[in-house]
Design a protein around this ligand. Structure first.
Ligand code: CA
Length: 276
């Protein structure tokens, strides 16, 4: 006997009809269920029903995002003011929040900070019209997982959402790679071009963190928060982080012509390949 869970979002079916079927976890794999719901055989989107909250005051953007995301099979809620968004994150649980920064009432950053004080699992993708490195870093610093600058291509937004939702915040993976770096998260061993790097526990954690966020600016605040669990910024800790980074850079880059760890003055760090 199956236990049915009613899922409310719409599913697109291959022949173009939209329906709101009753589906549940492993039912999709069941041939009995396929007999009950014949359209399941025909390429229905079977992604897990993720709940997404859109907090965006530009009605046109909010509306079209809702439509597109529902069409992709997500369960979508939306809020058009900061207050409304704040209320929803405090009364419901979402897998991912698409968060505009400039909102009437309560700013996106205030909402993000409030969310992170009690919830470290919900993914947050920031939408921002501001195009400065500093604003993006502040957002990531406050616990956002990704950001997009307006105007953006919906196809790119959907791709980013898929990556974030697949990866999650507490991703369980055992190996990280970047360029010729290879990190074994179980053995806690890092190799570059096959050579073992002699890293301390903290250096390994920092390197793994940078590789997880490869190509993105990582501020000292993010490292303090996520690796030292320090929520308040303190200059002494910044100095400690700098010392660890200096040692890590020596161990990772000194013997190799291509440098991977870079310091961006006033911003933080990034792991990336050198420009050709
Ligand atoms: Ca706005």
């Amino acid at each position: 006997m199956f236990i049915y869970q009613i899922l409310s979002a719409q599913y697109s079916i291959s022949h173009g009809i939209k329906a709101t079927p009753l589906i549940f976890d492993n039912m999709k794999k069941s041939s009995g269920i396929r007999q009950l719901f014949p359209f399941l055989r025909h390429g229905i989107k079977t992604s897990v029903m993720h709940k997404i909250l859109i907090i965006e005051d530009e009605i046109k953007i909010a509306h079209s995002l809702c439509q597109v995301l529902e069409g992709e099979g997500y369960a979508v809620s939306s809020a058009v003011t900061g207050e409304e968004g704040f209320f929803l994150i405090n009364t419901d649980i979402f897998d991912l929040v698409i968060l505009d920064l400039m909102l009437p009432g309560r700013s996106g950053l205030e909402i993000l900070e409030a969310l992170r004080r009690r919830d470290t699992q919900t993914l947050v993708l920031i939408l921002t019209a501001r195009d400065t490195v500093e604003d993006r870093v502040i957002g990531l610093d406050c616990g956002a997982d990704d950001y997009m600058i307006k105007p953006f291509a919906v196809s790119e937004l959907l791709a980013r959402l898929r990556v974030l939702l697949r990866r999650g915040r507490s991703e369980q993976i055992f190996r990280l790679q970047f360029a010729d770096l290879d990190l074994d998260l179980v053995a806690r061993e890092a190799r570059r071009n096959g050579h073992v790097l002699e890293l301390t526990a903290k250096e390994f954690d920092i390197l793994a963190y940078l590789v997880r966020h490869q190509g993105r600016f990582i501020s000292r605040g993010m490292i303090a928060r996520d690796l030292w669990q320090e929520t308040t910024r303190a200059t002494p800790l910044d100095n400690v982080i700098d010392v660890h980074m200096a040692r890590l850079r020596r161990k990772v880059d000194k013997d190799f012509p291509e440098k991977l760890l870079h310091t961006i003055r006033g911003v933080g760090f990034i792991i990336k390949k050198e420009e050709p």
